[in-house]
Design a binder for this molecule. Structure first.
Ligand SMILES: NC(=O)c1ccc[n+]([C@@H]2O[C@H](COP(=O)([O-])OP(=O)(O)OC[C@H]3O[C@@H](n4cnc5c(N)ncnc54)[C@H](OP(=O)(O)O)[C@@H]3O)[C@@H](O)[C@H]2O)c1
Length: 247
Protein backbone atom coordinates (compact mmCIF):
# COMPACT_ATOMS: atom_id res chain seq x y z
CA UNK A 1 0.00 0.00 0.00
CA UNK A 2 1.82 3.21 -1.12
CA UNK A 3 1.84 6.10 1.34
CA UNK A 4 1.09 9.77 0.65
CA UNK A 5 2.82 12.11 -1.77
CA UNK A 6 4.63 14.72 0.30
CA UNK A 7 3.93 18.20 -1.12
CA UNK A 8 6.12 21.00 0.25
CA UNK A 9 4.62 24.41 -0.53
CA UNK A 10 1.23 22.73 -0.83
CA UNK A 11 -0.70 25.94 -0.13
CA UNK A 12 0.99 27.83 -2.99
CA UNK A 13 -0.39 28.39 -6.47
CA UNK A 14 1.42 25.42 -7.98
CA UNK A 15 1.45 23.20 -4.87
CA UNK A 16 -2.31 23.56 -4.31
CA UNK A 17 -3.08 22.80 -7.97
CA UNK A 18 -0.84 19.73 -7.72
CA UNK A 19 -2.48 18.62 -4.45
CA UNK A 20 -5.94 18.86 -6.07
CA UNK A 21 -4.75 16.79 -9.03
CA UNK A 22 -3.20 14.14 -6.77
CA UNK A 23 -6.44 13.89 -4.80
CA UNK A 24 -8.49 13.69 -8.00
CA UNK A 25 -6.58 10.60 -9.17
CA UNK A 26 -6.87 8.86 -5.80
CA UNK A 27 -3.44 9.66 -4.34
CA UNK A 28 -3.10 11.24 -0.90
CA UNK A 29 -1.22 14.56 -0.80
CA UNK A 30 0.49 15.26 2.55
CA UNK A 31 0.47 19.05 2.78
CA UNK A 32 3.39 21.07 4.17
CA UNK A 33 3.92 24.86 4.31
CA UNK A 34 4.34 27.46 7.06
CA UNK A 35 0.88 29.03 7.40
CA UNK A 36 -1.42 26.60 9.27
CA UNK A 37 -4.61 28.45 8.28
CA UNK A 38 -3.98 28.10 4.56
CA UNK A 39 -3.02 24.43 5.00
CA UNK A 40 -6.17 23.73 7.00
CA UNK A 41 -8.35 25.42 4.37
CA UNK A 42 -6.79 23.35 1.57
CA UNK A 43 -6.98 20.15 3.62
CA UNK A 44 -10.69 20.61 4.22
CA UNK A 45 -11.29 21.54 0.56
CA UNK A 46 -9.61 18.23 -0.37
CA UNK A 47 -11.68 16.28 2.15
CA UNK A 48 -9.41 16.09 5.20
CA UNK A 49 -5.98 15.62 3.63
CA UNK A 50 -3.18 15.17 6.20
CA UNK A 51 -1.04 18.25 6.78
CA UNK A 52 1.75 19.62 8.96
CA UNK A 53 2.92 23.23 9.22
CA UNK A 54 6.71 23.52 8.90
CA UNK A 55 9.33 26.01 7.78
CA UNK A 56 11.69 24.17 5.41
CA UNK A 57 14.52 26.43 6.61
CA UNK A 58 14.18 24.82 10.06
CA UNK A 59 15.96 21.47 9.71
CA UNK A 60 14.23 19.87 12.70
CA UNK A 61 10.77 21.02 11.57
CA UNK A 62 11.42 19.77 8.05
CA UNK A 63 12.45 16.33 9.36
CA UNK A 64 9.44 16.26 11.70
CA UNK A 65 7.10 16.96 8.77
CA UNK A 66 8.66 14.17 6.73
CA UNK A 67 8.34 11.83 9.73
CA UNK A 68 4.69 12.78 10.23
CA UNK A 69 3.92 11.77 6.64
CA UNK A 70 4.67 8.16 7.60
CA UNK A 71 7.18 5.38 6.93
CA UNK A 72 6.30 4.94 3.23
CA UNK A 73 5.98 7.72 0.66
CA UNK A 74 4.61 7.45 -2.87
CA UNK A 75 6.42 10.60 -4.00
CA UNK A 76 7.62 14.08 -3.11
CA UNK A 77 7.19 17.50 -4.72
CA UNK A 78 9.17 20.51 -3.49
CA UNK A 79 7.01 23.49 -4.54
CA UNK A 80 8.74 26.07 -2.30
CA UNK A 81 10.76 28.92 -3.72
CA UNK A 82 11.33 32.61 -4.16
CA UNK A 83 11.80 35.18 -6.94
CA UNK A 84 14.22 37.77 -5.54
CA UNK A 85 14.88 40.28 -8.34
CA UNK A 86 17.62 42.93 -8.03
CA UNK A 87 20.38 44.35 -10.17
CA UNK A 88 23.70 42.65 -9.44
CA UNK A 89 25.07 45.89 -8.00
CA UNK A 90 22.47 45.74 -5.19
CA UNK A 91 22.48 41.96 -4.68
CA UNK A 92 24.23 41.13 -1.42
CA UNK A 93 25.98 37.97 -0.36
CA UNK A 94 23.01 37.39 1.96
CA UNK A 95 20.61 37.59 -1.03
CA UNK A 96 22.57 34.86 -2.82
CA UNK A 97 22.73 32.68 0.29
CA UNK A 98 19.02 33.17 1.10
CA UNK A 99 18.00 32.17 -2.43
CA UNK A 100 20.31 29.16 -2.32
CA UNK A 101 19.13 28.05 1.14
CA UNK A 102 15.42 28.17 0.30
CA UNK A 103 15.41 26.96 -3.30
CA UNK A 104 18.32 24.54 -3.39
CA UNK A 105 19.57 23.44 0.03
CA UNK A 106 16.08 23.00 1.51
CA UNK A 107 15.07 20.91 -1.52
CA UNK A 108 18.14 18.71 -0.97
CA UNK A 109 17.38 18.38 2.75
CA UNK A 110 13.76 17.47 2.00
CA UNK A 111 14.79 14.66 -0.35
CA UNK A 112 17.50 13.51 2.07
CA UNK A 113 14.97 13.27 4.91
CA UNK A 114 12.40 11.52 2.73
CA UNK A 115 14.71 9.11 0.91
CA UNK A 116 14.25 6.18 3.36
CA UNK A 117 10.45 6.45 3.10
CA UNK A 118 10.59 6.86 -0.69
CA UNK A 119 12.59 3.65 -1.00
CA UNK A 120 10.53 1.75 1.60
CA UNK A 121 7.61 0.94 -0.69
CA UNK A 122 9.30 -2.03 -2.34
CA UNK A 123 7.17 -1.71 -5.48
CA UNK A 124 8.48 -4.85 -7.16
CA UNK A 125 7.95 -4.45 -10.91
CA UNK A 126 6.05 -1.16 -10.44
CA UNK A 127 7.12 2.38 -11.29
CA UNK A 128 9.65 3.83 -8.84
CA UNK A 129 8.22 6.72 -6.79
CA UNK A 130 8.90 10.18 -8.20
CA UNK A 131 10.45 13.33 -6.81
CA UNK A 132 9.72 16.66 -8.53
CA UNK A 133 11.83 19.75 -7.87
CA UNK A 134 11.10 23.24 -9.21
CA UNK A 135 13.64 25.22 -11.18
CA UNK A 136 12.82 28.29 -13.32
CA UNK A 137 13.16 29.43 -16.90
CA UNK A 138 15.81 31.80 -15.48
CA UNK A 139 18.23 28.92 -14.82
CA UNK A 140 18.91 28.41 -18.52
CA UNK A 141 17.79 31.66 -20.18
CA UNK A 142 19.53 34.82 -19.03
CA UNK A 143 17.40 37.66 -17.64
CA UNK A 144 18.63 40.90 -16.07
CA UNK A 145 18.17 41.22 -12.28
CA UNK A 146 17.94 37.43 -11.82
CA UNK A 147 21.50 36.67 -10.62
CA UNK A 148 20.58 35.25 -7.20
CA UNK A 149 17.56 33.21 -8.28
CA UNK A 150 19.14 32.03 -11.55
CA UNK A 151 22.18 30.74 -9.66
CA UNK A 152 20.00 29.02 -7.05
CA UNK A 153 17.68 27.42 -9.62
CA UNK A 154 20.61 26.28 -11.78
CA UNK A 155 21.72 24.58 -8.56
CA UNK A 156 18.31 22.90 -8.33
CA UNK A 157 18.73 21.50 -11.85
CA UNK A 158 22.19 20.10 -10.98
CA UNK A 159 20.76 18.74 -7.75
CA UNK A 160 17.93 16.98 -9.58
CA UNK A 161 20.36 15.27 -11.96
CA UNK A 162 22.73 14.20 -9.18
CA UNK A 163 19.87 12.83 -7.06
CA UNK A 164 18.31 11.07 -10.06
CA UNK A 165 21.61 9.21 -10.56
CA UNK A 166 22.22 8.54 -6.88
CA UNK A 167 18.72 7.30 -6.05
CA UNK A 168 18.19 5.18 -9.20
CA UNK A 169 16.67 2.70 -9.63
CA UNK A 170 14.59 3.09 -6.46
CA UNK A 171 13.45 6.70 -6.99
CA UNK A 172 12.97 8.91 -10.08
CA UNK A 173 13.90 12.60 -9.83
CA UNK A 174 12.80 15.25 -12.33
CA UNK A 175 12.67 19.01 -12.45
CA UNK A 176 9.96 21.39 -13.73
CA UNK A 177 11.11 24.82 -14.94
CA UNK A 178 8.21 27.30 -15.22
CA UNK A 179 8.19 30.77 -16.73
CA UNK A 180 6.19 33.51 -14.99
CA UNK A 181 3.14 31.89 -13.43
CA UNK A 182 0.31 33.73 -11.66
CA UNK A 183 0.92 32.80 -8.01
CA UNK A 184 1.73 34.67 -4.80
CA UNK A 185 5.49 34.84 -5.35
CA UNK A 186 4.95 36.25 -8.85
CA UNK A 187 2.58 39.04 -7.72
CA UNK A 188 5.18 41.83 -7.94
CA UNK A 189 5.44 41.07 -11.70
CA UNK A 190 1.79 40.23 -12.40
CA UNK A 191 -0.28 42.67 -10.33
CA UNK A 192 -0.04 45.48 -12.89
CA UNK A 193 -2.19 44.46 -15.89
CA UNK A 194 0.10 46.43 -18.22
CA UNK A 195 3.24 44.66 -16.97
CA UNK A 196 1.51 41.26 -17.00
CA UNK A 197 0.32 41.82 -20.56
CA UNK A 198 3.78 42.92 -21.73
CA UNK A 199 5.43 39.85 -20.19
CA UNK A 200 2.70 37.55 -21.56
CA UNK A 201 3.49 38.79 -25.07
CA UNK A 202 7.13 37.69 -24.70
CA UNK A 203 5.92 34.08 -24.76
CA UNK A 204 5.36 32.30 -28.12
CA UNK A 205 2.13 31.07 -26.53
CA UNK A 206 1.25 34.58 -25.41
CA UNK A 207 -0.06 34.32 -21.90
CA UNK A 208 1.31 33.93 -18.38
CA UNK A 209 1.31 30.54 -16.70
CA UNK A 210 -1.40 29.49 -14.27
CA UNK A 211 -0.65 27.20 -11.31
CA UNK A 212 -2.33 24.40 -13.23
CA UNK A 213 0.28 24.50 -16.02
CA UNK A 214 3.33 23.34 -14.04
CA UNK A 215 1.10 21.29 -11.68
CA UNK A 216 -0.16 19.17 -14.58
CA UNK A 217 3.40 18.22 -15.54
CA UNK A 218 4.40 17.61 -11.91
CA UNK A 219 1.39 15.35 -11.43
CA UNK A 220 2.32 13.38 -14.55
CA UNK A 221 5.98 13.07 -13.43
CA UNK A 222 4.82 11.74 -10.05
CA UNK A 223 2.51 9.19 -11.64
CA UNK A 224 3.23 5.62 -12.73
CA UNK A 225 2.77 6.78 -16.34
CA UNK A 226 6.16 8.52 -16.00
CA UNK A 227 7.80 5.37 -14.64
CA UNK A 228 10.68 5.46 -17.16
CA UNK A 229 11.35 9.22 -16.92
CA UNK A 230 14.13 10.38 -14.61
CA UNK A 231 16.87 13.02 -14.63
CA UNK A 232 14.92 15.43 -16.87
CA UNK A 233 14.45 19.19 -16.66
CA UNK A 234 11.28 20.18 -18.49
CA UNK A 235 10.17 23.74 -19.22
CA UNK A 236 6.54 24.81 -18.74
CA UNK A 237 7.03 28.22 -20.26
CA UNK A 238 4.83 28.86 -23.29
CA UNK A 239 7.86 28.11 -25.46
CA UNK A 240 9.81 31.11 -24.16
CA UNK A 241 13.02 29.22 -23.32
CA UNK A 242 13.47 27.66 -26.74
CA UNK A 243 11.38 29.36 -29.45
CA UNK A 244 11.61 32.52 -31.52
CA UNK A 245 8.46 33.44 -33.36
CA UNK A 246 7.95 35.69 -36.35
CA UNK A 247 7.67 39.32 -35.21
N1 LIG B 1 5.29 31.53 -9.96
C1 LIG B 1 6.30 31.67 -10.83
O1 LIG B 1 6.32 32.59 -11.67
C2 LIG B 1 7.46 30.70 -10.81
C3 LIG B 1 8.41 30.79 -11.82
C4 LIG B 1 9.49 29.91 -11.81
C5 LIG B 1 9.61 28.99 -10.79
N2 LIG B 1 8.68 28.92 -9.80
C6 LIG B 1 8.85 27.94 -8.73
O2 LIG B 1 7.69 27.16 -8.56
C7 LIG B 1 7.64 26.69 -7.21
C8 LIG B 1 6.25 26.94 -6.63
O3 LIG B 1 6.07 28.36 -6.48
P1 LIG B 1 4.63 29.07 -6.57
O4 LIG B 1 4.65 29.91 -7.77
O5 LIG B 1 3.53 28.06 -6.39
O6 LIG B 1 4.75 30.03 -5.29
P2 LIG B 1 3.67 30.39 -4.16
O7 LIG B 1 2.29 30.41 -4.69
O8 LIG B 1 4.19 31.62 -3.49
O9 LIG B 1 3.79 29.16 -3.16
C9 LIG B 1 4.91 28.95 -2.35
C10 LIG B 1 4.56 27.88 -1.32
O10 LIG B 1 5.72 27.61 -0.53
C11 LIG B 1 5.38 27.83 0.86
N3 LIG B 1 6.61 28.33 1.49
C12 LIG B 1 7.28 29.47 1.22
N4 LIG B 1 8.35 29.56 2.02
C13 LIG B 1 8.35 28.45 2.80
C14 LIG B 1 9.19 27.98 3.84
N5 LIG B 1 10.27 28.68 4.25
N6 LIG B 1 8.89 26.79 4.42
C15 LIG B 1 7.82 26.08 4.03
N7 LIG B 1 6.97 26.48 3.06
C16 LIG B 1 7.25 27.66 2.46
C17 LIG B 1 4.23 28.84 0.83
O11 LIG B 1 3.38 28.76 1.96
P3 LIG B 1 3.71 29.57 3.32
O12 LIG B 1 4.02 30.99 2.93
O13 LIG B 1 2.48 29.42 4.17
O14 LIG B 1 4.88 28.88 3.93
C18 LIG B 1 3.45 28.30 -0.37
O15 LIG B 1 2.72 27.15 0.01
C19 LIG B 1 8.77 27.41 -6.46
O16 LIG B 1 9.91 26.58 -6.38
C20 LIG B 1 9.09 28.59 -7.37
O17 LIG B 1 10.43 29.05 -7.23
C21 LIG B 1 7.59 29.75 -9.79
Amino acid sequence: MPGPVLVFGASGGIGAALSRRLRARGATPFLVARDPGRLEALASELGSAPFQPADVLDAAALRAAVGAAGPVLAGLAFCVGSIPLKPLARTTEADFLDAFRLNTVAAAMAVQAAAPALTAGGREGGAPPGVVLFSSIAARAGFPNHAAIAAAKAGVEGLALALAAELAPAVRVNCVAPSLTRTRIAEPMTKSPQMADAIAKLHPIPRLGEGEDPAALADFLLSDAAGWISGQVIGVDGGRSTLRVKG
